[in-house]
Design a binder for this molecule. Sequence first.
Ligand code: FAD
Length: 461
Amino acid sequence: MTPTTPAIAASIESLRAAVSGVVALPGEPGYELATPWNVAVPVRPYAVVAVDNAADIAATVRFAVKHGLKVAVQRTGHGAVPLGDDVLLVHTGRLTECVIDPDARTGRIGAGLVWQDVIDAATPHGLAPLAGSSTTVGVAGFLTGGGIGPMVRTYGLSSDFVRAFDIVTGNGCLLHVTPDEHAELFWGLRGGKATLGIVHAVEIDLLPVTHFYGGAVYFDGSDAAVVARAWLDWCADLPEHSSTSLAFLQLPPLPQVPAPLAGRSTVAVRFASLADQAEAEALIGRLRSVATPILDGVAVVPWAAVGAVHADPVDPMPTHEYTALTGELTREAIDVLLSVAGPGSRSPQTVVEVRLLGGALAREPRHRSAFCHRDADFALMVAGVLAPATADDVIGHARTLDRAMSPWTTGRRLPNFAADSDPDTIARAYDDDTWHWLGALADEHDSAGVLRVGHVVRRDR
Ligand SMILES: Cc1cc2nc3c(=O)[nH]c(=O)nc-3n(C[C@H](O)[C@H](O)[C@H](O)COP(=O)(O)OP(=O)(O)OC[C@H]3O[C@@H](n4cnc5c(N)ncnc54)[C@H](O)[C@@H]3O)c2cc1C
């Protein structure tokens, strides 16, 4: 319990009066919004504030400053961090603004939307947003972490396509942030997560794309070695119009899992290409032929089906995530990965994915951002389900994997995966200059440190 709890309890009515949204204490309707997608994370704030607008966020920030509380923000809880009763949780689910301008090819998107909402709104206009692999992830949380989507090698980071943010800072200021207005915040919000403010709306570019060639080819686990080695060789000269990842999967025998993949070890080659169909087909054909696919979902598909490339889980679940960035991966690296985390390794992980980076991601965008480590060659992403019987195994195995891959990992990480509150872990998402400048901006725009919770950068770690 925080020492100030009785005083807060006495004045919580003033917060209710100050906001048009809903303030919910534990046990009250609305408090259940705190429950994150990753249900393994204990999110038990003092209160949930389901905000209706930017003014509600500002009122929440002011209340928190007055009472010595912190303010965290959550939409879906895909990147949840533990929160206790010293925190007010701003829930953005009611911020559902969505205005598509087909002529300008832009979208103004409330922080309460997830990518599927934006896809559904943009598709009728023949336009597409640069969503992530999971279309049920929140737009604002994804973009403030940079945003690596299934076409990342072709287009680069999704946050490179942001035109403007509307935010509430830790000082309670409502700011419209663009490359020309508060340019330093425009730099820092793209990669700095909630360090510099809570986003209530974002303006993004939309792409005039309706279809792409992509999906996933699945192989039996017994073919993992031949597929993984061929995939690595194939990545070496994959053109920038194509993005890919390799995943060792152990999907549960559930009705929503396609029968050929359920309850067994498989290997997926994920592929998303903007090349013309013949060229894309020839490219993936080289991998299709290295073993016999058990399921082949690669074809010309509407952009609206972009979530099918990775087929990430939709329903909330208790997960443990591990992530790392790597330099060049050698044949030896893939063999180590196979032996520690591939089929037959007794890995308890549900997904062990290697995403090829590079291409457009590696180039600095027109407006530089606080997203770092564009030079990484691959991202390693691992997720395991924390069932009571296997929880310790999953966490211990992730550490083993980390050690085994250390000859190839860079010690750096992405801001978006495996959410963490540990300042040293957070610092690994940035180079030293970026970390310093994010911290300096945070001192200026959040002078009371009210947003200092979860993945935020502060210089006095
Ligand atoms: C299954 C799965 C698939 C994923 N796929 C991808 C992927 O392909 N590419 C990728 O880059 N990431 C991916 N992620 C990571 C995801 O982008 C991050 O976890 C992101 O933070 C989720 O945002 P959210 O709002 O849905 O989650 P939440 O847990 O609600 O928010 C997580 C954090 O995002 C920040 N945030 C959220 N809303 C706001 C806001 N309004 N203003 C400021 N900051 C905010 C805060 O730091 C917050 O703590 C994936 C995660 C999962 C679990």
